[in-house]
Design a protein around this ligand. Structure first.
Ligand code: CA
Length: 219
């Protein structure tokens, strides 16, 4: 799942980026509000982590712009300005959750997962689909009770499809969820990963939608 981190502090940004990567997210890191605005207009993110004190365009202005533009991407606001006034202001401007600095990385990841669950309409952590049990926090998949090891790319594709059941995902949409700014997209990679997923989890799980991409049907 691809997330946008908006943070101008190098040290804090590095820590968060590393933590999110380790938790299995694809991370784009924007250092100012302007760069973040551009990224949000061109990429569909699953989640945004937004610092409020930013150069060029402030986090609060960016938040208002995003909501004014009609986007309902989940936004977690990160800021040292932990006063009640700021907190309420951020939530009223359209933030979904709020975390005051300094925070614990474990709590940050847990809040991210909770927001994603809420956005996907799930109240429990596990995703069950036919004989599959998927645990996003642990990044594990069991088929019929047996653990199936997946590569990080296979995992990302499976999550994208399982969290958009019944909605075909184009190859470019899948690539977008897989690769961050710095990464080079391998040609045919999506086909190869889908083929491996079918070998590991059964040929029927992922259906090819001609000229579009792939879908996991609604259960
Ligand atoms: Ca800042």
């Amino acid at each position: 799942m691809r997330v946008l981190l908006v943070e101008d502090d190098d040290l804090i940004g590095c820590g968060i980026e590393a933590g999110l990567r380790q938790a299995g997210f694809t991370v784009d890191w924007a250092r100012d509000g302007h760069q973040a605005g551009l990224a949000l207009r061109t990429t569909a993110y699953a989640l945004v982590l937004l610092d409020l004190g930013l150069p060029r365009i402030s986090g609060m202005d960016l938040l208002r712009q995003v909501r004014h533009g009609g986007s309902d991407v989940p936004i977690l606001v990160l800021t040292a300005r932990g006063t009640v006034v700021d907190r309420v202001g951020g939530l009223e401007a359209g933030a979904d959750d709020y975390l005051g600095k300094p925070f614990d990385l474990t709590e940050l990841i847990a809040r991210c997962r909770a927001l994603l669950r809420r956005a996907q309409g799930r109240s429990v952590e596990l995703i069950r689909y036919q004989d599959l049990t998927v645990n996003p926090a642990a990044q594990t998949v069991e088929a019929g009770g047996a653990r199936v090891p997946l590569t990080s790319r296979e995992w990302a594709i499976l999550m994208q499809l399982l969290t958009h059941q019944g909605i075909p995902q184009s190859r470019s949409r899948l690539e977008e969820s897989l690769y961050g700014w710095q990464e080079e997209i391998e040609s045919n990679a999506i086909e190869v990963h889908v083929s491996n997923l079918r070998k590991k989890l059964g040929a029927k799980l992922i259906r090819t939608v001609r000229n579009i991409g792939y879908v996991v049907e609604k259960e």
